[in-house]
Design a protein around this ligand. Structure first.
Ligand SMILES: [Zn+2]
Ligand SMILES: [Zn+2]
Length: 205
């Protein structure tokens, strides 16, 4: 009987390649109150397609007190990553936080997102992805595409992927919103291979 169940489970894993046999999921966690739940749901669907991994949406968590830098009117990104490490769900393989505030790390004026590949946590900011930020008319489709690119990029880092020199690859570094718009929401063949290898390694563990 047990053998029969094992065979069924094996078949199940073959039918759904990329699914983690340990049942771990990628968590999308909205941080703060102003993250549009509809956007997070759309992101989840698209990210599952890109990563072939199960994604879930976690409960909204509050912004960490003390992360706000009043002189810059920005949030200190590493403090948000620390919060995600503390709140890391037991059944999570990795966590992506989504904030509607501007993020900052010393040495840069702002960041679109940040990842800690060791801890498998990452964060993206939505604030500079809206056309309104650049005093342009709103473009919801462009906003969504930018958010998807940033989410795929930071999650890519949590799989150990470095920046890619291909300007069309989602792992290309975005210095400005023009860089984000230039690249696609997908991995180039080389990065795709690195990603698949990383997913395989995690399954073996
Ligand atoms: Zn990056
Ligand atoms: Zn690439």
């Amino acid at each position: 009987m047990l053998k029969f169940i094992s065979v069924i489970l094996l078949l199940f894993n073959m039918i759904l390649p990329g699914r983690n046999p340990d049942g771990k999921k990628v968590y999308l966690i909205p941080i703060g109150d102003e993250v549009d739940p509809e956007l997070v749901r759309e992101l989840r669907l698209n990210l599952e397609e890109e990563f072939h991994q199960p994604f879930v949406i976690g409960s909204v968590i509050g912004l960490p007190s003390g992360a706000y830098v009043p002189t810059r009117r920005q949030y200190y990104s590493p403090a948000i990553l620390s919060l995600l490490k503390r709140k890391f769900p037991k059944d999570a393989s990795r966590v992506l936080g989504i904030v509607n505030h501007d993020l900052w790390v010393p040495g840069l004026n702002f960041i679109f997102g940040e990842a800690d590949p060791e801890a498998k946590v990452a964060v993206i900011s939505l604030i500079r992805l809206r056309q309104e930020f650049y005093h342009l008319p709103p473009d919801p489709e462009l906003f969504f595409l930018r958010a998807l690119k940033e989410a795929v990029h930071e999650l890519g880092h949590t799989y150990g992927l470095p920046h890619c020199s291909d300007p069309n690859c989602v792992m290309h570094f975005s210095n400005s919103i023009a860089d984000t718009d230039r690249k696609s929401a997908h991995f180039c063949p080389r990065c795709r291979r690195l990603l698949e290898e990383a997913i395989e390694r995690e399954k073996e563990r």
